[in-house]
Design a protein around this ligand. Structure first.
Ligand SMILES: [Zn+2]
Length: 241
């Protein structure tokens, strides 16, 4: 009984948090959730990696289709796979910051020192030689205090307007996920997927890779062009060290 109550409370907190703090509605107006609605340009984004083999498999499929993604990487995961991260960067995929340890606690409150942002930035910068300027908060939760820490550090805060459930375990069918995401996509959309699991060096995400293999030709057939988030929003991806 106690466990059930605890689960109910946790669910209520998660749902209210998502509504208040997450895209597409929450986040107090600090998120960029889409690009211009006037052009058929869209961006694929991936959170929580890199992990192996999933990120490597996904990137191979994307490279074969000549699509560049925007990857919001967890600092811990980057330190597990520096060579993979560097190869992605060199091929033109964009590397953004998704915090060092993907923790929700603390980073939302006033008075936090921002070390979860800075530590991940340091790890990514060491690996790719450029300082990331795109940030997506872990869990997609953003408070005004965290937004102010990010703005002070010159970050663009990136959300999404097309959400997928590819993080659920076991993963939903990739083709069905892709079809739902395709129906939700509009000009300027930023689509959310996951290429790993935070704090896990090894992971498999075949359904996400299947979803991407399916959605790219399907949306191209509708006249959409895939670009990176900085291209979509006309903002810099990096700044020099
Ligand atoms: Zn995440």
């Amino acid at each position: 009984m106690t466990l059930n109550v605890a689960n109910l409370v946790r669910t209520a907190i998660n749902q209210s948090g998502n509504l208040l703090l997450s895209p597409p509605v929450g986040g107090f107006g600090y998120y960029r959730n889409s690009g211009p609605r006037t052009e058929r340009k869209i961006a694929l984004t991936f959170d929580d990696g890199p992990s192996l083999p999933c990120t490597e498999e996904l990137v191979a499929v994307m490279d074969a289709m000549n699509v560049k993604g925007t990857f919001f990487c967890v600092g811990f995961n980057v330190s597990c796979h520096p060579d993979l991260t560097r190869r992605m960067f060199e091929k033109g995929h964009v590397i953004g910051n998704h915090s060092q340890f993907h923790r929700r606690s603390g980073s939302l409150m006033p008075g936090n020192d921002g070390s979860h942002i800075d530590e991940s930035e340091r790890v990514i910068t060491e690996v790719i030689g450029s300082r990331p300027r795109l940030y997506r908060p872990p869990w997609g939760w953003l408070t005004p205090w965290e937004a102010s820490r990010l703005i002070q550090r010159d970050y663009h805060i990136i959300g999404w307007d097309v959400y997928t459930l590819d993080w659920v375990m076991p993963a939903p069918d990739g083709v069905l996920m892709a079809e739902k995401a395709r129906r939700d996509t509009r000009p300027g959309s930023i689509l959310l997927f996951h290429d790993g699991v935070s704090m896990q060096s090894q992971w498999e995400k075949r359904e996400t890779t299947r979803a991407i293999s399916h959605i790219v030709p399907a949306l191209r057939a509708e006249g959409y062009e895939f670009v990176t988030v900085p291209e979509l929003l006309n903002i810099p991806a990096y700044s020099p060290i």
